[in-house]
Ligand binder design. Structure first.
Ligand code: ADP
Ligand code: MG
Length: 228
């Protein structure tokens, strides 16, 4: 069922951490996410959400089955090729923002593109565009300590978008935010989805999960279609 519209395709993909004792964190699962979908995955703490996201984001490899990203069977790639694919195709957003505290917003975004090989001028221009897209053009030169939590997460989203990935993977993106700010961040992700971005959000919060066009749940490492 692979084809150029499949961004994520898992075929009986699962991961058991070796331990001891071994932990079957993701039981073999089948999943197709098509270009332009906005998918949320909800599950309690320890259910395997980050394990799933780490596989989808090429930070970890399934110990069984296959994972195809944009139709590419990632199991056949060398480590450098996996890293290059990850850098080009995937933007990550995490709960804890992970911004460099002494760098401005625009530097945080521009520095993320150093490894993509672009020159400084192009990086700063792309960073400015990404910050504009998340509604932060007026705070480009602010350092993270002077930004609110919601603004910090916007910078992190701009950083994830700057290299124009095909997939935005968000692990508990609202986990450090109050519920009103969380709602505005979900609104931003919805707007990016409307622009054509493929977005996958992982959360333990059912209110966040229901903002997705499609919701999956995960429980004890078992992924299934539908919310909680
Ligand atoms: P979630 O993100 O839903 O909280 P995780 O994917 O982080 O869950 O973890 C799923 C299960 O795998 C948990 O039981 C966790 O303790 C276990 N686990 C996570 N990472 C490792 C690891 N590196 N080694 C062994 N077990 C792990
Ligand atoms: Mg987690």
């Amino acid at each position: 069922m692979s084809g150029d519209t499949c961004v994520i395709e898992m075929r009986r993909a699962g991961l058991t951490y070796p331990g001891p004792p071994p932990v079957a964190a993701l039981k073999p699962c089948d999943l197709v996410v098509r270009k332009g979908e906005f998918v949320t995955i909800v599950g309690p703490s320890g259910s395997g959400k980050s394990t799933f996201l780490n596989i989808a984001g090429l930070l970890d490899s399934p110990t069984e089955g296959h994972y195809l990203l944009d139709g590419i069977d990632t199991g056949t790639l060398s480590d450098p090729d996996r890293s290059a694919l990850r850098g080009r195709r995937i933007g990550f957003v995490f709960q804890a923002f992970h911004l460099m505290p002494h760098r401005t917003a625009v530097d945080n975004v521009a520095l993320s593109m150093v490894y993509a090989g672009a020159g400084r001028k192009d990086r700063v221009r792309a960073a400015g565009e990404a910050l504009e897209r998340v509604g932060l053009s007026h705070r480009m030169n602010a350092v993270p300590t002077t930004l609110s939590g919601g603004e910090r997460q916007r910078v992190a989203i701009a950083r994830a978008l700057a290299a124009r990935p095909s997939l935005l993977l968000c692990d508990e993106p609202t986990g450090n935010l109050d519920s009103a700010t969380a709602a505005t961040i979900m609104g931003l992700l919805e707007a990016l989805h409307s622009d054509g971005m493929t977005v996958l959000v992982i959360t333990h919060d059912p209110a966040v999960a229901e903002r997705g066009m499609r919701t999956l749940s995960i429980r004890d490492g078992m992924l299934s279609e539908g919310g909680v």
